[in-house]
Design a protein around this ligand. Structure first.
Ligand code: F6P
Length: 545
């Protein structure tokens, strides 16, 4: 069964939200907080997560109307269909089952009437054994040396998820050094391998399709480098691969014992839980990898079974729709207050923008409303010293997710309170702003003349009323990280359902790929064929001596 096709703007709740928006849009968040004594919960507690949504331009009516919208768009039905393996990725005729990869070992999930869980368990056992054998030195390189380095070769979902998690869980890392090669830029791959010892390095080629230009080019460059440094037969002991395309892997010459399968019902950007996460498992050990999966699975259960008014991904998804479609906010920032999560914004850019960057609805008609948000961000406090100026005093409304941790990882960390004081202070400052009267009072306490005060005053005023969500998590453990990523995955799903779009295809990335291959032929033959005038002149410039 496929997803229902409901245009959200035709629902009663959408109309009510429009009128409600006019009533609430200029209200102050601080005043709204004071009036929220009864009604919905603006502080959601779930396991190690405390999610405070109170610093938003919302009241009980807003939340109730958003829940009504979710009901009218039949979000419940969509959730059931996703988790039970219905073909909800209609344009590719596939189920969407990244949740199955992290499901409990004894559950039953069917695709084409076949229980897929035993097969997934088998792959997990293989990942575990391979990880343990590499880390213990049982599996070695072709010259019998223990592996010291592992290089993940992939791009998009075959890179961003693994690299983000490996960075995030660096504290838990094993004795292997991890590296990532993604860009087709030859300088990238050559820079990464330049100081590596071929005898002690394992390469994992990760590509769902095994046809991606970037990945295959990098894999071939590295294979040639390895053969030159060692010999042809060493390839079978230094290369592993993860893909759905077993034939192509075979043609590349990878040892079948080092090949890990993927399934087409796991989308690339949702695949870090599968064998695509092999580099994660090698980097932090299998037990930590499994804990990551468990955390994600616990969030899946929360998403599946909680009522909308206590459901974290549902509420975050609906709030994002509130700002995107009613306040017309174009972007959202994600600001993690831990250096370990420095790759989270980049990872979320693919997950969110490749999923919901669509302008045709599920009936194939152009949408008449805004969809996919633009996601950006960086770690706090670095971003405070970079782009926060614009969030505080710019002309654009930018809702932000602040992600912080109650406890640091290093015992000897004496700076955590400093970090977290910034975390709390920024959301407070964004909400409260600084009034003209306060600025005036402060300036009067200085030795400035009235003329100077009058000049400076407007520049020092902060309008405030900038919405934020505060996601306060106990500690950055593999389990909590799994739950956090899963939370965002479900937020994406919620938004895609309400916007009536297909979140699990990515046709928009194809055109550029096709044109690039045509242009490459022309460059190789030094012959520019028919293009628009701009492209023709650029190509000629590139090919000129
Ligand atoms: O170009 C987009 C994309 O198809 C992503 O969706 C995917 O994660 C990435 O390319 C890599 O694809 P593959 O894993 O097949 O190499």
């Amino acid at each position: 069964m496929t997803l229902k096709k409901i245009n959200p703007t035709t629902t009663n709740s959408w109309e009510k939200l429009n009128s409600h928006f006019d009533e609430i849009k200029n209200k102050k968040i601080v005043d709204l907080i004071d009036k929220r004594a009864n009604g919905n919960n603006f502080n959601l507690n779930w396991k190690g997560f405390h999610v405070d949504i109170s610093k938003n331009i919302i009241d009980n009516t807003t939340l109730n109307l958003l829940f009504e919208l979710a009901k009218e768009c039949d979000l419940k039905d969509a959730i059931t269909k996703q988790f039970s393996g219905n073909l909800i990725n209609e344009t590719e005729n596939r189920a969407v089952l990244h949740t199955a990869v992290r499901a409990k070992k004894d559950c039953k999930i069917e695709v084409d009437s076949i229980n897929i869980v035993p097969g997934l368990n088998k792959t997990k056992t293989r990942i575990k054994d391979f990880t343990n054998d590499i880390l213990s030195g049982k599996l070695r390189g072709s010259t019998n040396k223990v592996f010291t380095d592992v290089v993940n070769i992939g791009i998009g979902g075959s890179d961003l998820g693994p690299v983000m998690v490996v960075e995030a869980l660096k504290y838990y890392s094993s004795n292997l050094n991890s590296h990532f090669v993604s860009n087709v830029d030859g300088d990238h791959v050559l820079e990464v391998i330049k100081n590596l010892n071929p005898e002690t390095t394992l390469f994992i080629v990760v590509s769902k399709t095994f046809t991606t230009q970037e990945t295959l080019s990098n894999a071939n460059t590295i294979k040639n480098w390895l053969i030159k440094k060692l010999n042809k037969s060493s390839v079978s002991q230094h290369f592993a691969a993860v893909s759905t395309n077993q034939n192509a892997i075979h043609d590349f010459g990878i040892n079948p014992d080092y090949v890990f399968p993927m399934n087409d019902w796991v989308g690339g950007r949702f695949s870090l839980w599968s064998a695509v996460g092999l580099s994660i498992s090698l980097s932090v050990g299998y037990n930590n990898f499994e804990a990551l999966l468990d955390g994600a699975n616990e969030m899946d259960d929360h998403f599946k079974s909680s009522e909308f008014d206590s459901n974290i991904p549902v509420i975050l998804g609906l709030l994002s729709i509130w700002y995107n479609n009613f306040f017309k906010a174009e972007t959202e920032a994600v600001i993690p207050y831990t250096q370990y999560l420095n790759r989270l914004p980049a990872y979320l850019q693919q997950a969110i923008m490749e999923s919901n960057g669509k302008s045709v609805d599920r009936s194939g008609k152009p949408v008449c409303y805004q969809t996919g948000n633009i996601i950006w961000g960086d770690t706090g406090t670095n971003s405070q010293h970079a782009f926060f100026q614009l969030i505080h005093q710019g002309t654009k409304l930018i809702p932000c997710d602040f992600i912080g941790f109650k406890f640091p990882l290093h015992k000897e960390n004496k700076q955590h309170h400093k970090l977290m004081s910034n975390f709390f202070a920024q959301t407070e400052a964004l909400m409260l702003g600084k009034s003209e009267s306060l600025v005036d009072k402060e300036l009067k306490n200085s030795k400035m003349t009235q003329k100077q005060i009058n000049f400076l005053k407007p520049f020092k005023v902060f309008k405030g009323n900038k919405p934020t969500n505060t996601i306060l998590i106990d500690k950055l453990t593999p389990k909590n990280l799994g739950a956090l990523i899963s939370m965002y995955e479900h937020k994406i799903f919620v938004q895609g359902i309400i916007w009536n779009i297909f979140s699990y295809d990515q046709w928009g990335v194809e055109l550029g790929k096709q044109l690039a291959s045509k242009v490459l032929d022309e460059i190789n033959q030094n012959k520019v064929s028919k293009h628009d005038r701009s492209t023709t002149s650029l190509l000629k410039k590139y090919l000129s001596d």
